[in-house]
Design a binder for this molecule. Sequence first.
Ligand SMILES: Nc1ncnc2c1ncn2[C@@H]1O[C@H](COP(=O)(O)OP(=O)(O)O)[C@@H](O)[C@H]1O
Ligand SMILES: [Mg+2]
Length: 353
Amino acid sequence: MPEPSLSQQNLREMASRWLSPSKVPGRFRVHEDTTDFFRVEYDDVVVLDGATYLIRHNAKEQRFGLEDEVKFWVKRAIDLQDGELKILKLVFYEKFLSHVGDLEFECYRSPRKEARILDLVAGHPGFMQGHAVEDTGGNLIRVLDFINGRPLSKQINGLDLDHETYFYERLPGVLNRFKEAVEAIRFLHENREKHGDIRRDHILVDREDGRYRWIDFDYNYRHRENIYGYDLFGLGNILVFLVGMGDVIVRDLATRNPDALNTLSAEDLNLVFQNRVVNLRKVYPYIPVALNRMLLHFSRGTHVFYEQTSQLVSDLSEVLEAHLPPPETAEEKGETNDEPGEDLQQEHPHCGG
Ligand SMILES: Nc1ncnc2c1ncn2[C@@H]1O[C@H](COP(=O)(O)OP(=O)(O)O)[C@@H](O)[C@H]1O
Ligand SMILES: [Mg+2]
């Protein structure tokens, strides 16, 4: 392992500015090449282009009904120059096939794509912020500002409200924020980029200002048809999740609302996830037709698809202006319930961790 110009003594001094004395390691392992990311462990130091990072825990992602998945290539880290918390995304190549209806996508991770998008969205409040830097092994590491907040999935699943109260008091505020998030994706698309892995847990709700911020841009995919279709499908799934205050699962209706269940047909279900109800007005009749019509674009019975993010934005604007009560500031008041909600379900059947 290369021993860079930083001495162990230097490192101890730097670390002790940010850690209590008992937490400062006696000896640091220093990495300038992170190719073998499993070897980059808690209390190690990573030096990238002169900047020094003290590694903390690996990031985790929630998985439905399973233990959290540890992401050994995504590390929390303290920037020893200024004490800021960062996420270091190390290089991990993966490839797989994914299907949405009849469309087949070849998905793969591209650090370069994520680096390019980070440059594009610098200063845009709808996205995580950061930059990319090469380590000595030629790996393009993404150094990300840590967003203090929790995934949108957890925020919604953690609400302790009945649906009708949620609908009138929270949904307008939630959809206002979601509209901003869709506008952020429109910005990507206008710049010929795609997010690639749009899911409810890839939006972090910033604790400070309540903004929805997109994370995780390294998925890329090849496809034959509308190159933005996959992002739009992801946005639709989040929209249905938000309007339903969680997934409305067919089998749950058998006990919760058998009358609604009896009115459902296959056409009312999600295009891909056939246990999820999309025609939510059959379950919650106070959902306005205009909003429900948006949802139906993502149902098995649909003949029309959204082809552009701008269509989704304009329909959302119309629904917000003409068909929902004006947004309360309930959502802005801050959701104090920090209990972990139910586990989220992975949006992608075959694509994405
Ligand atoms: N900028 C960030 N701020 C805070 N947490 C983040 C940030 N980026 C990633 N994370 C956390 O790390 C997890 C894994 O990162 P992600 O970019 O989704 O990796 P992967 O591409 O392997 O799914 C995320 O689900 C999130 O919990
Ligand atoms: Mg992810």
